[in-house]
Design a protein around this ligand. Structure first.
Ligand code: FAD
Length: 244
């Protein structure tokens, strides 16, 4: 299976307008940033952008993974967690449709190789889902046929980012498996409970043919990595993007 995936050259700073803002519970938000007609923002699934936050006569920059597939063309999606006391997330959190921001990118090497001769296992917690949403849609658009999985750790079962989308993709594509796991579940939750790292041995015990891609906060990344190494995965079968 060949993907058109390689890190792109960095575009100049451009303006983008917030649209279609959606909330997943009280602390995670999806925002689409649309470009002016005729502007194309080229990137590879898994890459991130820099957001520029102008305030008090200065500019603060933060990186955010692109949560949409490159095929979206006229816009990119971001999936933002509201961080307590966080300067940029508070600004993005109070943003309304129609507001303009400046971004630059793409950056980063957390991308899939051109030739995917393995079964990808994507492990995310919280907004670590962003690069995988871009990769998963891109794989499926390109007719990827091998088995692949998303193990998604969240705190609350009533606010899983893009839950309906994952369920619909799993129904439509038999080679895609979605495994949500909830650390603070309600009594109604019938799925997996607890942390993502605790489920690696249950679903992905066999390292053969697999590669594990992990995204989120560093404690989780290290825990997942350690479980994989203990199961016999080689270090070069494990890739990560850390947010903190
Ligand atoms: C490559 C890359 C991609 C990223 N992609 C995303 C993304 O898609 N979505 C997203 O929400 N964030 C993402 N981040 C994190 C983001 O860049 C910011 O660090 C985060 O949004 C906090 O910014 P802030 O200005 O609000 O908080 P700050 O004022 O910078 O930080 C406040 C405090 O919160 C801590 N903190 C930072 N991030 C988190 C977090 N996620 N959870 C808990 N505590 C945190 C910081 O260590 C600091 O102590 C990414 C980071 C990197 C390096």
């Amino acid at each position: 299976m060949t993907q058109t995936t390689h890190a792109r050259k960095i575009n100049p700073k451009i303006f983008a307008t917030a649209q279609n803002i959606k909330e997943f519970g009280n602390e995670t938000r999806h925002i689409e940033f649309h470009f002016a007609p005729g502007t194309r923002f080229e990137f590879t699934a898994g890459q991130f952008i820099t957001v520029f936050y102008p305030h008090d006569g200065r500019v603060t920059k933060r990186p955010y993974s692109i949560a949409s597939a490159p095929s979206s063309g006229d816009h990119i999606d971001l999936c933002i967690k509201l961080v307590e006391g966080g300067a940029v997330t508070h600004w993005l959190w109070h943003m309304k449709g129609g507001e303009e921001i400046q971004i630059q990118g793409p950056y980063g090497k957390f991308i899939l190789p051109e030739e995917i001769d393995f079964e990808p296992v994507f492990v995310a917690t919280g907004t670590g889902i962003a690069p995988f949403r871009s990769m998963i849609h891109t794989l499926l658009e390109n007719g990827f046929r091998k088995d692949f999985s998303l193990l998604f750790g969240v705190r609350f079962d009533n606010a899983i980012p893009y839950e309906n989308e994952w369920r619909a993709l799993e129904k439509r594509y038999p080679n895609f498996k979605y495994i949500p796991t909830v650390s603070r579940s309600t009594p109604e939750w019938k799925g997996e409970k607890g942390y993502a790292q605790a489920l690696i041995g249950k679903y992905f015990r066999e390292p053969k043919r697999r590669r594990v891609y992990i995204c989120g906060l560093n404690d989780m990344i290290q825990a997942v990595k350690q479980v994989c190494l203990d199961l016999g995965y080689a270090a070069d079968q494990i890739f990560h993007e850390r947010y903190d």
